[in-house]
Design a protein around this ligand. Structure first.
Ligand code: GUN
Ligand code: FE
Length: 470
């Protein structure tokens, strides 16, 4: 089985640059690996190229032709590096409250409903099925999820997401301190043994063919205030022993930062709390990082950790405006994007990308410097930055030979959507390559700022079709 795709490609291999490749043929082998990306005079010569380099006959090649869709292009699948699957029912609720009140009033109550009881399992099944379907239909091919403290429903989540074919990091929320909602936590020992149990569960999935690039457990201390020192130390040990990635929250909100300072007076700053317990390395995703101090950025850079920028959430619960242009270009940090459902109100990374540009424009209104980012940076964070954060740079993030085919087909001409494509912008097939590239760039802007899930007509993950709206 071999697949040959034909269409335009838009991706961002280099920070700040948008690469537009017109009329390309993409060869994808039976394992979902991209074998080549090249132009060819016609389909017949592309097919001959495949058969001369592979032991497949014409009949074993599936051709996905997109050139009949004039206003279309293939883009890499989105990578959502910070999402709370369990909080999905709360999306849109609680914009009046800042982080700590929002957690106490809305979040812990919902998360505690997802538990091993019959009712809890049924609710978890409904929520987890909906959130994975929703993110997939929005073009998210890889996501780093927080579930809840409960491990039975977390294992159910791992099974659901594996079955649906999305790449996922599965994070059982670890927390042993919660004075404001005392029934929602576990002891240090329970957290550790459940985490081990989750690792074991994912090993079974691995035996069924879901290796760690598809389904991977992730060590998830909720945030420093909800974890004892002993728990963080144990989690640091687990991460090392099982070679697991780590995700948590950092420097999201000023009251939260002050709280961390009072709890950990021996640490120079918030980020160094995680470092103290072996939780800061190249596999660590730090969500938010809105108010990072200079020393924290130096530490994050030195440890090669990543910041998951969550502008929709940072606006919704009034956390702040992260200066990501500075992070990217001056501080040399790897920055990715996160929906942060349900702190965030965008299920789609497209919406978060749009938000990231808008927030940077708001920063620019109050600044002498130039904190504005453009769609080149936004799309980079949504794809390549995300791949780096997930330690999957060699696997996903761009449409290039050697990587897996995780991609979306975007079509702006779909009927019934918000996007009206005018003839002056639509490619007609008779323009020069330079003219076509210019038109595709215009369409790219229209997609980022006015498109939605309806324009995402097909999604593939690991070379397999996971969404097809045609
Ligand atoms: N900090 C600790 N827990 C959470 C959470 O669930 N959402 C957000 N946005 N921040 C947090
Ligand atoms: Fe979060």
């Amino acid at each position: 089985m071999y697949t040959l795709y034909h269409g335009n490609i838009v991706h961002t291999p280099k920070l700040g640059d948008i690469e537009i490749l017109t009329n390309q043929y993409v060869g994808v082998d039976a394992n979902g690996t991209i074998e080549f990306v090249k132009s060819a005079p016609d389909l017949q010569s592309a097919l001959e190229f495949v058969t001369s380099h592979n032991e497949v006959s014409d009949r074993e090649i599936t051709v996905i032709e997109t050139s009949d869709r004039k206003a279309s292009f293939l883009v890499p699948g989105f990578i959502d590096t910070h999402i709370h699957a369990s909080q999905y029912p709360n999306i849109g609720i609680g914009s009046d409250l800042p982080l700590l009140d929002w957690l106490n009033n809305h979040t812990f109550e919902l998360e505690s409903r997802l538990n091993g009881s019959k009712k809890g399992m049924a609710l978890a099944k409904e929520i987890y099925t909906k959130v994975v379907d929703r993110t997939l239909t929005n073009g998210t091919t890889c996501a780093s999820y927080f579930t809840t403290v409960d491990n039975e429903t977390t294992k159910l989540f791992a099974d659901i997401v594996a079955e649906k074919g999305q790449r996922a990091f599965v994070g059982k929320v670890c927390m042993d301190c919660n004075d404001s909602y005392p029934t929602y936590k576990e002891s240090m020992e329970e957290n550790v043994s459940n985490m081990r149990d989750l690792v074991e569960h994912c090993r079974h999935l691995e035996q069924k063919g879901y290796d760690r690039t598809l389904i991977c457990p992730i060590i998830t201390p909720r945030f420093a205030p909800s974890c004892s020192r002993e728990l963080m130390e144990e989690l640091g040990e687990l991460a090392k022993r099982y070679d697991l990635p780590i995700q948590t929250h950092v420097s999201e909100n000023k009251a939260e930062i002050a709280w961390v300072r009072s709890l950990f007076p021996d640490c120079a700053n918030y980020t160094s709390v995680y470092d103290k317990f072996g939780l800061l390395n190249e596999k660590t995703i730090l969500a938010h990082g809105v108010h990072l101090e200079a020393d924290e950025k130096t530490l994050i850079r030195a440890k090669n950790s990543s910041v998951a920028h969550c502008p929709s959430s940072n606006s919704f619960i009034t956390s702040g405006e992260a200066p990501v242009k500075k992070y990217l270009y001056e501080d040399g940090l790897n920055v990715s994007l996160g929906t942060d459902l349900a702190g965030g109100v965008e299920q789609s990374i497209l919406g978060v990308a749009r938000s990231s540009v808008m927030v940077s424009h708001h920063l620019a209104m109050d600044s002498e410097n130039d904190p504005k980012i453009g769609i080149a940076e936004a799309l980079y964070m949504a794809t390549v930055g995300g791949a780096k954060a997930c330690n999957l740079s060699n696997i996903v993030g761009t449409i290039e030979p050697g990587k897996k085919f995780d991609a979306q087909l975007i079509d702006l001409d779909v009927k019934g959507t918000n996007v009206d494509v005018f003839d002056i912008h639509r490619p007609h097939g008779n323009e020069s390559t330079a003219e076509l590239e210019k038109k595709l760039l215009t369409l790219l802007y229209k997609w980022v700022f006015t498109g939605d899930d309806r324009n995402c007509v097909k999604v593939w993950c690991n070379g397999k079709s996971v969404v097809d709206k045609t």
